[in-house]
Design a protein around this ligand. Sequence first.
Ligand SMILES: O=C(O)/C=C(\CC(=O)C(=O)O)C(=O)O
Length: 314
Amino acid sequence: MAHVIAKHGETSGDFTKTEGWLDWYDGPTKPTFTLPEGAVDAHCHVFGPGAEFPYAPERKYTPCDASAEQLFALRDHLGFDRNVIVQATCHGADNSALVDALNRSEGRARGVATVRRDVTDQQLAELHAAGVRGVRFNFVKRLVDRVPTDSLEQIVAKIAPLGWHVVIYFEAEDLPELYDFFSSIPTDLVVDHMGRPDVTKDPNGPEFELFLRFMRENANVWTKVSCPERLSVSGPRALDGEQHAYTDVVPFARRVVEEFPDRVLWGTDWPHPNLKDHMPDDGLLVDYIPQIATTPELQRKLLVDNPRRLYWED
Ligand SMILES: O=C(O)/C=C(\CC(=O)C(=O)O)C(=O)O
């Protein structure tokens, strides 16, 4: 394990370009943690390939191409059974690459799409038939021109009858302002990456307490306890020979898993767009899971029962 941490920790470069890391990255290690049978990687992406599925003109970054075949190979390598593929801003509201991946998955993937307020019932029905079960709204300011507060209510009214849920991505410093608005969303609501806490702050301090309060007061709110690699300051290096990577994120994620065991999801976030300091090893990310879900029961809920309930039970 140590050499893996060092290898990825010491490598640097710009991973966001099409010509990026896939050319030289020699792939994830095999995790030592054995995932429970039927485990779901509930946050991952497909990008392009750009020649076939062009990136959105309004995008804020151009990712590496990351195909459905590569994603499914990663799924098998890590020991997952299924994927939830999430639309990212670089594809805007053109869900073609996502739908293509869902169609190739033989029922082993569900999707979260991005739609505009003029989306028709027919278009939503087609997305549903392909396996889409949610819509994503991005409130991270570096990723969008405008936060989607206006369109959200109109879109929610259209997707609620389908039994879909809403996925929101925001940063912790914006929760106070958005708290009431998010609390008014009537469908199930999934928060990406625990609302991006600042992990240099106290996990028992006021900022993270507000997020926990948000989950306590709104029984429809779920969260992905994913992306330690985005939140971590200590990074992918072990702090000592015995500890696993991204240790500074563990107390945050573990608190959430233990207090809300039936409303948490986990995903790799492959292929890790917009990470410039290191390319995460997905095998190491899987080995992080038992740090935050410490019993077989918590692991089964996080990786199997919860995602299946949200994405595969109609
Ligand atoms: O993949 C993620 O979860 C995170 C992203 C990209 C993203 O969400 C998007 O483009 O929509 C990020 O933090 O840059």
